[in-house]
Design a protein around this ligand. Structure first.
Ligand SMILES: C=CC1=C(C)c2cc3[nH]c(cc4nc(cc5[nH]c(cc1n2)c(C)c5CCC(=O)O)C(CCC(=O)O)=C4C)c(C)c3C=C
Ligand code: FE2
Ligand code: FE2
Length: 349
């Protein structure tokens, strides 16, 4: 179906996610954080200042704390993020007749490892799928930059076609809405959409129009800045999902989690929201994290464990975490459709 008989080229799919440390040992967590935070698209300071902050400050204190957090979510098979990405791969592989591999932006299996595995199977044309619904410099952009660097240096004969952020694709929104609908508790006072945050500066930096003011601009229809505005894309995801769910806006909260450092990140902050909403009468809360397609440290520990404590300590009664899409069959169908669209584009060029 997807392999063209007459073509000499062989196609393949690479699913790319963020990546996790090799193990929960402090030295492995340190190595992972070093690679992650020294990425100029994550901590976007000049090299010398980034090195001073990351190697001089963060890596001196954070690794043991992060390692403890990872221990609370680690499974016998390994990091949830990698285990779930591998499950997605296996299910997708059953539905398509081209090889499917995974690659992580940080640590192993790396993007290079993934491309190499495909090349060893004879693949010359790759559809690379960054598994992030919304665009961010620290996610989609860094994945594409890294893959291009690896391709040019190690596999110049290979072509790569990139799947773009899919927050505005109806098939994805329908899938997410259905998944949430099935998991919502019968009674809840509010549904909170908690997205991973980014520093405000990142939004300004990637705005080609230099018009986004991080305010009403992000919610306005048809603004050319939206293509690279993570904040807009998170709001749009929420808006279209709640429309499908027929939920009134008054019952919905949007917030941004996981901030790091002293810079101003996009607001409101998830942890502060958990601590203030019980006082506004919200005692029964459902929470979903649509910036992640697979559960990971940031959902399983920061939200389901820490977030629940923050909410109940502040007077909240019931905290219901709604898992990510993970390897749900309807999500695998969406992954397949998005990959097939890009595989077919190879035939058009
Ligand atoms: C939408 C996805 C993500 C964005 C945007 C993002 C930006 C971002 N993250 C950090 C710092 C950290 N993130 C950490 C973990 C982590 N981040 C994402 C996704 C996004 N990050 C995921 C899926 C995970 C979990 C990985 C896992 O193994 O499960 C961590 C490490 C954990 C910790 O020590 O807290 C850090 C650090 C920055 C600075 C940033 C944007 C600038
Ligand atoms: Fe915006
Ligand atoms: Fe992160």
């Amino acid at each position: 179906m997807l392999q063209k008989e007459s073509s000499n080229s062989k196609k393949g799919i690479l699913l790319v996610n963020l990546g996790s440390p090799r193990s929960t040992d402090v030295k492995d967590v340190k190595e992972y954080l070093d690679e992650f935070l020294m990425d100029e698209r994550v901590i976007d300071y000049r090299w010398i200042f980034r090195a001073l902050l990351v190697q001089g400050i963060i890596l001196k204190t954070r690794p043991p704390k992060s390692a403890e957090a990872y221990k609370t979510v680690w499974t016998d098979e390994g990091s949830p993020l990698i285990v779930i990405t591998e499950k997605i791969r296996k299910k997708l592989q059953k539905l398509v007749d081209v090889p499917v591999e995974i690659g992580m932006r940080y640590a192993e299996p790396s993007i290079e490892t993934g491309i190499r595995s495909l090349v060893e199977k004879g693949v010359t044309e790759i559809v690379l799928f960054p598994l992030y619904p919304q665009y961010a410099m620290s996610t989609t952009e860094t994945v594409i930059e890294k893959a291009e660097e690896v391709r040019k240096q190690k596999f110049p004969e290979v072509k790569i076609n990139y799947i773009q952020p899919f927050y505005n694709r109806e098939i994805y929104i329908n899938c997410l809405a259905e998944s949430i609908r099935e998991k919502l508790p019968e009674n809840f006072d509010a549904l909170q959409f908690s997205y991973h945050g980014v520093p405000e500066r990142h939004i300004f930096k990637t705005d080609p129009t230099k018009t986004c003011n991080l305010n009403d601009c992000c919610s306005r229809e048809n603004n050319p800045s939206h293509q690279f505005c993570y904040r807009h894309q998170c709001f749009k995801t929420t808006e279209t999902v709640i429309e499908k769910l027929n939920l009134p806006k008054e019952k919905v909260i949007v917030s941004f989690q996981s901030r790091l450092g002293k810079d101003k990140w996009i607001e409101p902050y998830t942890d502060e929201t958990f601590e203030t909403i019980p006082k506004r009468g919200i005692k029964n809360l459902a929470v979903v994290c649509p910036a992640f397609v697979s559960d990971c440290l940031e959902t399983l520990e920061e939200i389901s464990v820490e977030g629940k404590h923050q909410f109940t300590d502040a007077g909240g009664e019931n905290f219901h975490y709604i898992p990510c899409l993970n390897d749900e069959d309807r999500w695998i169908e969406v992954v397949k459709t998005l990959c097939e669209e890009k595989l077919n584009e190879f035939y058009l060029v």
